[in-house]
Design a protein around this ligand. Structure first.
Ligand code: MIG
Length: 802
């Protein structure tokens, strides 16, 4: 009894859980402040204003480098640190971190003294054998977002999540876990946000108030309690900081923004060329075709089935002639076959994961028994990249990494299987969640080494940082309304978690969509970064023409629309590449202080970039959609009606309609549609403008295929709009190291009444435009109230409308 009392008092060990105890001594180094605790160690790393790393261990800190964090710690000392009698205070520009001595607990407040986040007073950081946990006070009005690829509503409060990459086909609306683990969380209270990134690759848990209203906690079955706290209060600031740590998306090839068609599986080669021809005959745009596992010789990676695909280079050449790219699936498992080159090489060079006694591990997957490349071994990654080069030389344009959780039949890759761990030998427990990340890394490194052209990598599994290498698709979904809704929600949640390039199997992987479900999914796909139709084996066809002429016609126009938006979307990808912000965004990311944007109903709408609001119909039956318009004025791009914001409106949604709204001040670059990206040189770039008092837009362009942009070969076009009595539009080209080949700018300006006079000035002259003369003038469409005028590109100009 006495012993228990003492245990409780000192709060170090209570019935199994051990707590970190009290600060016994401390010291400050260049990089961190280290506290010796009565029952553990604690290091606090100040990284930059508002960003701190908290690290706890029982006895010693591990030296294993992070798989996720690529940013090295910079010298930063713009903070003060002081010891007081019973606590320490660390203060920077935004925050005060209070570290109490006994017990050692953290409390983080802003400069107004408002508590942002704090440890549970009693529980704090705890260990139970190998297990580590951190308990945080849970506030009644606190909600949680992020966590990467998670099902259910965007708000994760009240639920319990596991991070353990799992192949779970036909998952339900709330199933957990799935293929990807992103242990990054955004907490929001009173519309003020902070982020926590728990960088631990072992199986981990986020309990966000499931079963307790006192605390939320995150922890892992092993490893360190190692987390980054990122102060907002802007959600955007948090995502930028988080992706500063873990990386941003690379610029994809521009064709990767086009429509992509997949199926398990298209074969033989004539089926693939016929499929390509069908898209062209029917004038349905498409850029990429996929080969699923049947293209290989007995599921052996890096090989082709000699009967189905006797001449791969001929196939890729023929596809290239028709404007198609080809992506092949690449699974990690290497068939255990003594006559197979890849297996022989891997064994000879010790590139596969092994049992602790040195025997090479075999797991059963598509090729039957297979070896698993140890992608945490640099030599394996190098070898893998060289193997991929064979396919690159055959004209393959990208790789689709599947089964890289890693999945094996039976879903139980043995715990004790050994991995190199990039020089820190370890086992599957620690590696499981980063296996897909390291495979994608090997793939991207191989591409960069062997080709001057950008290729696309698509992955199913991943860990924090996967955005650096690959687009992520949401795996084996179902042709159902629930999954249409998930296809809207999951990419939004992933976008909050650093994964900007995401999408779902359009139409659903398993099952048969109703025609209406298929159309609605396509419409959502147009505004989802990764836009690919896919289908499981032995299903009814799901290509755009599979549902009859009427549906085909709607789907054609839907996909054409995607192609109209390519300049805008490509620019959004570039923005994301620079900032880490998502392309497809929950409303509350742009309108953080509007409570309505957090409602369940509003989560079935999203923003693309800053000003385009998309309200996809996520039902196969409904004829009306209620749409929330946040603050500002909104131009309905279907009816050209203007709506004031801060209200819900209801709209009829006939099957061919995608509700779309442009915010006042919004500027969008578009172009005419094509059958595929780069089909012809488009000499006109369109700007669609809804003028507000003042707004601007910068459009980034490059060749869309090489890495020349990294050395400055790109161009920027800037549009500045001001509206008072006159509407002035300035277009400048402040940077043009890349020749866009653009001859004209076409401006489409929403203007409430017929304009009196429009003048265009450039360096040489000033011209008054005539109405209804598209060459020397403008046209005003009194129905849509849009002025359309075209001016030569390649020079700075100013348009004045009165
Ligand atoms: O065990 O390659 O998620 O897209 O078509 C199934 C066959 C393996 C799962 C992927 C799916 C792909 C399928 N794969």
């Amino acid at each position: 009894m006495i012993a228990i009392m003492i245990g409780l008092m000192s709060a170090e060990c209570v019935w199994g859980f051990e707590y970190t105890g009290s600060v016994t001594s401390w010291q400050k180094t260049d990089q961190y402040i280290e506290f010796n605790l009565s029952n553990g160690l604690f290091r606090l790393y100040p990284l930059e204003s508002g960003v701190y790393r908290f690290r706890y261990a029982r006895k010693s800190f591990s030296s294993v480098p992070s798989y996720a964090v690529i940013k090295t710690q910079e010298k930063w000392s713009d903070f003060t640190f002081q010891e007081y009698e019973d606590h320490f205070l660390l203060s920077d520009h935004f925050l005060t971190i209070r570290v109490t001595k006994s017990p050692c607990r953290i409390r983080i407040s802003d400069k107004q003294g408002r508590i942002i986040n704090q440890d549970d007073d009693f529980l704090g950081v705890a260990f139970d054998e190998d297990e580590v946990r951190c308990f945080k006070t849970l506030y009644p009005n606190e909600n949680f977002y992020g966590l990467g690829e998670k099902t259910g509503e965007l708000n994760k409060r009240g639920n319990h999540y596991t991070m353990w990459n799992t192949d779970f086909p036909a998952y339900s609306f709330t199933h957990d876990p799935l293929y990807v683990s992103i242990p990054f969380l955004i907490g929001i209270r009173d519309q003020q946000a902070y982020g926590i990134f728990f960088d631990n690759t072992y199986k981990s848990t986020f309990n966000l108030g499931a079963g307790s209203s006192r605390f939320y906690w995150f922890g892992a079955e092993k490893g360190e309690m190692d987390y980054y706290f990122i102060y907002g209060p802007e959600i955007k600031t948090i995502i930028k900081s988080y992706t500063n740590l873990t990386g941003k998306i690379p610029m994809p090839p521009m064709w990767a923004l086009g429509y992509q068609q997949s199926k398990w599986s298209y074969y033989p080669d004539e089926t693939v060329t016929a499929l390509a021809a069908k898209f062209r005959q029917r004038n349905i745009p498409c850029d990429v075709l996929y080969l699923d596992i049947h293209y290989m010789d007995g599921y052996r990676v890096f090989t082709w089935d000699p009967l189905r695909f006797p001449d791969p280079k001929k196939l890729t050449d023929e596809l290239a002639d028709q404007g198609f790219k080809l992506i092949t699936i690449i699974d990690p498992g290497v068939k255990a076959d003594s006559h197979y080159t890849a297996a022989k090489e891997g064994l000879e060079q010790n590139l596969f994961a092994t049992y602790p006694d040195g025997e090479v591990y075999q797991g059963e997957v598509w090729p039957s028994w297979a070896y698993f490349p140890d992608f945490t071994n640099p030599a394996t990654r190098d070898w893998w990249g060289n193997k991929l080069n064979g396919l690159i030389q055959q004209g393959v344009d990208g790789f689709w990494n599947d089964m890289n959780e890693p999945a094996v039949w039976g879903q139980s890759f043995p715990d004790m299987v050994r991995f190199n761990g990039n020089g820190y030998p370890t086992n599957h427990k620690q590696i499981h969640n980063v296996y897909g990340l390291e495979m994608a890394r090997a793939t991207m490194d191989g591409i960069r080494k062997h080709s001057q052209q950008r290729h696309l990598v698509v992955t199913r599994a991943g860990y924090a940082g996967i955005q650096r290498y690959a687009a992520v698709w949401t795996g084996d979904n179902v042709s159902s309304e629930d999954h249409l809704r998930l296809a809207c929600l999951m990419p939004q949640g992933m976008g909050l978690s650093g994964l900007a390039y995401t999408g779902s199997d359009v139409g659903g992987f398993i099952g048969v969509p109703s025609p209406a479900l298929y159309v609605r999914w396509m419409q959502l796909g147009v505004f989802t970064p990764f836009f690919r139709g896919h289908s499981a084996v032995n299903q009814q066809d799901k290509e755009p023409w599979a549902f009859g002429d009427y549906i085909e016609d709607i789907v054609r126009r839907t996909i054409l629309m995607r192609y109209n938006y390519i300049p805008f979307l490509y620019n959004e990808f570039h923005q994301s590449h620079l900032t880490g912000l998502p392309i497809m965004r929950p409303l509350f990311l742009n309108f953080q202080y509007d409570p309505e944007c957090y409602t369940s109903k509003a989560q079935y709408q999203f923003m693309v970039g800053e000003n385009l609001l998309v309200a996809p119909v996520v039902s196969e039956k409904e004829n009306f959609k209620e749409i929330y318009l946040p603050e500002g004025q909104w131009l309905d791009l279907n009816s050209f009606k203007v709506y004031p914001g801060n209200q819900w409106i209801s709209q009829a949604v006939p099957l061919d309609k995608i509700p779309l709204f442009l915010k006042a001040g919004g500027i969008i670059a578009r172009q005419s549609s094509q059958n595929y990206i780069g089909e012809r040189k488009l000499d006109t770039l369109e700007f669609h403008i809804y003028p507000a008092s003042a707004s601007d837009y910068e459009l980034y362009q490059d060749d869309g295929q090489s890495y020349a942009y990294e050395n400055g070969t790109y161009s920027l076009t800037r549009i500045k709009v001001e509206q008072n009595k006159t509407t002035t539009i300035q277009v400048t080209e402040p940077y043009h190291q890349y020749d866009t080949g653009r001859k004209y700018y076409q401006f489409n300006v929403f203007y409430a009444q017929s304009p009196h006079r429009i003048t265009v000035k450039n360096n040489q002259n000033s011209v008054v435009l005539r109405e209804d003369d598209l060459k020397q003038g403008f046209r005003y469409d009194s129905r849509s109230r849009v002025i359309c005028l075209t001016i030569p590109a390649g020079q700075d100009s100013e348009i004045q409308i009165r």
